[in-house]
Design a protein around this ligand. Structure first.
Ligand SMILES: C[S@@+](CC[C@H](N)C(=O)[O-])C[C@H]1O[C@@H](n2cnc3c(N)ncnc32)[C@H](O)[C@@H]1O
Length: 444
């Protein structure tokens, strides 16, 4: 008599999250928070590693599964493929004994999909279990060029490997590998104080390496009083630094503008920095619900220089030209600079995403320049190091703004200058891969 099939809660949660990612384009972190809400601590840690690890390595695991199954993965039932991905991660990257990884995957498939797929899952995973990760890399690397091998080994699509290579320029192949590997390490949360409203000491943890406003704090931020009270928030140090750089450039007095403010992380820091300089921030956002998040993030400030939130299309300004002394254009982008916190993103994003994004980025930069008064400063920022979104957008700008040397305004950050720009990297700076250009509005 066959034993009764059982599924443990952590694997079930991981499976459901992968299904939501595949079926509903869900974000891994949000889907895991929803599906895994009831898990015990140990199960939650297992489910997190299993889900995020499987998401990150998806393309490499699919290559392994294709070889093991002897057929294209596109021909498999998507739910079966998700079970196989989870099983592969347990076999090749977690310390789950092979027999347990295979047996639990078969049970998962049989109970969640149907008994009919149990044999297939069993057969394919037994083949996967015949080699370890290095063995599979060696097997699949035969006949591939160096970049394909690197893509497979570091679990990235090739086009992202090429984009990182182009953005790193003349750096060594070792650095390219280090940059890609850093995308596979989940970061510790960075918190940021609202200037004048909280101190870094209140945050606990370790002060951030460069930003005087941040701290690296493991664990749930909501339990920290300053965060719960809105006097501090969660913000990667890279985002803190680009806001700080804009505040440091000498510029005429006058209003500051955050052109693309939602959900309001940079706006919350900029608003405090503006107040410290006797100025005031206008935070503008296209999407009304995201403008609501901005307003909530800015609610901590009051008084004469209280920031203002507006809903506006930054490409069709609701303000006269030359209205602002400092303008932040933190434009919509692929977000590839934050892959370490978005496990599913590298396989969902496509090079074709640039076709819509780049023209919008250009229009927003031109609009930011037009909004700035002569002598004023513009920060063009992306959370992506891709050249098409960064320096190529800046190079294509309309007349009326000259480049400043951005690294001069972040002198404490070593090894961030690329020509006139700042490019931060997880493997070098421990931040997201933020790009910063600073421009001064000329009289023209
Ligand atoms: C990269 S996010 C900004 C992140 C924000 N600065 C922060 O630190 O929290 C880009 C934002 O631009 C908004 N956006 C997109 N198109 C826009 C437009 N035409 N005008 C203004 N905002 C726009 C998006 O809704 C999104 O909230």
């Amino acid at each position: 008599m066959s034993r009764r099939r059982q599924v443990d809660p952590a694997r079930l949660v991981a499976f459901r999250v992968l299904r939501r990612i595949g079926d509903q384009d869900a974000y891994a972190n949000l889907a895991l928070a929803a599906e895994g809400a009831g898990l015990e601590t140990r199960d939650a840690a297992f489910a997190t590693e299993l889900t995020f690890g499987s998401c990150r390595a998806l393309g490499s695991y699919d290559a392994i599964l294709e070889r093991a199954a002897g057929r294209p993965v596109a021909g498999l039932d998507p739910a079966v493929l998700d079970v196989l991905r989870l099983g592969t991660h347990q076999l090749l990257a977690m310390r789950v004994p092979s027999h347990a990884a295979v047996a639990t995957s078969v049970d998962l498939a049989a109970t969640q999909i149907g008994e009919r797929v149990a044999g297939l899952v069993n057969a394919v995973l037994r083949k996967v279990a015949a080699r370890d990760w290095d063995g599979w890399l060696a097997e699949l690397s035969a006949g591939l060029d160096d970049l394909d091998v690197l893509a497979l080994a570091t679990q990235h699509p090739r086009w992202i490997v090429e984009a990182w290579r182009d953005a790193l320029g003349d750096r060594s192949p070792d650095e390219l590998r280090a940059a890609l590997e850093a995308d596979n390490v989940a970061p510790v949360n960075h918190l940021v104080v609202r200037p004048g409203l909280a101190s870094v000491a209140e945050l606990g943890g370790t002060p951030t390496r460069y930003s005087p406003y941040g701290a690296a704090v493991p664990g749930a931020p909501g339990s920290i009083p300053a965060v719960a009270e809105g006097r501090a928030g969660v913000q990667d140090e890279g985002s803190q630094l680009v806001a700080l750089a804009l505040s440091r450039v000498e510029a005429p007095s006058g209003l500051w503008l955050d052109l693309c403010a939602g959900p309001g992380g940079k706006a919350a820091l900029l608003a405090g920095l503006a107040i410290e300089q006797g100025s005031r921030l206008v935070a503008s956002e296209l999407q009304p619900h995201r403008a609501g998040l901005v307003a909530a993030n800015l609610a901590c400030y009051d008084g004469d220089h209280e920031p203002v939130t507006v809903v506006a299309d930054g490409t069709r300004p609701a303000w006269p030209p030359a209205s602002f002394a400092r303008v932040m254009a933190d434009v919509p982008c692929t977000g590839l600079g934050a892959l370490r916190r978005r496990p599913e993103s590298r396989w969902r994003r496509q090079p074709s995403d640039l076709a819509d994004l780049v023209p919008l980025q250009r229009r927003l930069l031109d609009s930011a320049i037009a909004a700035t008064r002569p002598g004023g400063v513009i920060a063009y920022v992306t959370c992506s190091p891709q050249l098409a979104e960064t320096r190529e957008v800046v190079a294509a700008r309309a007349a009326g703004a000259e480049l400043l040397r951005a690294a001069d305004y972040l002198p404490e950050v070593a090894d961030a200058a690329v020509d006139d720009f700042v490019q931060l990297w997880p493997h070098r700076h421990g931040t997201d891969a933020m790009f910063l250009a600073l421009l001064r509005r000329t009289a023209a």
